[in-house]
Design a protein around this ligand. Structure first.
Ligand SMILES: [Mg+2]
Length: 376
């Protein structure tokens, strides 16, 4: 079978959230998905799908947008035509000339989809096989009043979720130490003590605000995600509190992970397949975490069920972290995956068909915009 790359199509995909499901975070209101989907064709083998989560709503997370992902792919895609899809090392060598990870993730995931389909094996088997066939997911509650957040948290626990992430930080342009403390207390009171509670400030606090807030809530058994932007700040906060600190925005690659280990800046990192350029680098990052005792949790960006399914394959193969994953994709008006992939039952994710080759998904192509097409 000839797996040389013969054609790459790059599609913008825009899907709004269902009314009422918008999520307020430090960066503003997350209203929908504005991502990029890649379809890679091979000479005489299968095609594969991947996604770059350059959601414009999350521009301040990583400086990526739909436009930046398309621009990066316009530089990467032509150089990949004619390459064998199996030559992942050489392909990453070429892609690494571009310092943006979302575009690389789309390519890397699509190539794994192709290789899996060609070998008639699911992607998690390409990653070394599954430790687990299922992953408990988490549900995210956006910033609002403590009462509203507690009500939403109860609803999610009733739906079966045993891990919740709640957003705090800047709300309507300002930080209130008292309000954030009240939000966390209200949610913990409402859900009891046996639900894992992750409090994500999305860089919304400064170091002093973070220390003041965390000291008031650390006895509530919470994990604190990305209280402030830089690693020096995270290290300072970590020294001054007992709650585990998770790095998300400040851990966007292998080098960041090494620096976090060297600086002892965090207890855990947030593993998002889209942040780490797909399966290839994510595996390296997870191996590094396991070798140095740095914890990890799974999460998803503002991304569709395509990437969430890719993330589940990774979670199945590397199960030593908090095996949760974000469920943002449930809040969109349309589902980019028309068949197969990740399904959730009572907060637990499984593949619809764990033997299906590649990612095991079909894409609803009618939801895609006009492609940028790259051919030899
Ligand atoms: Mg986060």
């Amino acid at each position: 079978m000839d797996l040389r790359i013969s054609r790459i199509e790059v599609y913008p995909v825009n899907i709004e959230k269902t009314v009422g499901k918008e999520v307020a975070v430090t960066y503003g209101l997350l209203r929908g998905l504005t991502n990029v989907v890649v379809k890679i064709f091979t000479e005489d083998g299968p095609h594969g799908w991947g996604e770059g989560a350059g959601s414009t709503d999350m521009f301040f997370f990583n400086g990526e947008s739909q436009e930046s992902v398309r621009a990066a792919l316009s530089k990467i895609a032509p150089s990949l035509l004619g390459q064998d899809a199996l030559n992942l090392n050489e392909i990453h060598e070429k892609m690494n000339l571009v310092p943006r990870n979302q575009a690389k993730c789309a390519i890397d995931v699509a190539l794994h989809d192709i290789i899996g389909k060609a070998l008639k094996r699911p992607v998690y088997q390409l990653l070394g096989g599954a430790f687990s066939q299922e992953a408990p997911m988490h549900s995210t509650v956006g910033i609002s009043s403590p009462t509203e957040m507690a009500a939403q948290a109860i609803q999610r626990v009733e739906q079966g979720y045993r891990t919740l992430e709640i957003k705090v930080g800047k709300y309507e342009g300002r930080v209130s130490v008292e309000d954030d403390v009240a939000r966390v207390r209200a949610v913990r009171d409402a859900i009891g003590n046996d639900v894992i509670l992750i409090v994500d400030a999305n860089v919304g606090w400064d170091v002093h605000e973070a220390i003041r807030i965390i000291r008031k809530i650390e006895e509530l058994d919470v994990l604190i995600e990305q209280p402030t932007r830089n690693l020096e700040g995270l290290r300072e906060i970590r020294k001054n509190s007992s709650a585990p600190i998770i790095a998300d925005e400040s851990c966007q690659g292998l080098q960041d992970t090494v620096r976090i280990i060297q600086m002892e800046a965090a207890d855990m990192i947030s593993m998002k397949i889209t942040k780490f350029a797909g399966f290839t680098e994510s595996r390296r990052v997870l191996s590094l975490c396991e070798a140095f005792g740095l914890g990890y949790r799974y999460d998803n960006m503002n991304q569709s069920r395509l990437s969430a399914t890719a993330s589940l394959h990774l979670t199945m193969a590397f199960s030593k972290g908090i095996p949760s994953g974000g469920t943002n994709f449930l809040s969109f008006q349309n589902d980019l995956v028309s068949q197969g992939g990740l399904r959730i039952d009572r907060g637990i994710a499984r593949l619809e068909d764990s033997e299906a080759p590649g990612l095991g998904i079909e894409i609803a192509e009618d939801l895609l915009g006009e492609p940028d097409t790259y051919v030899p």
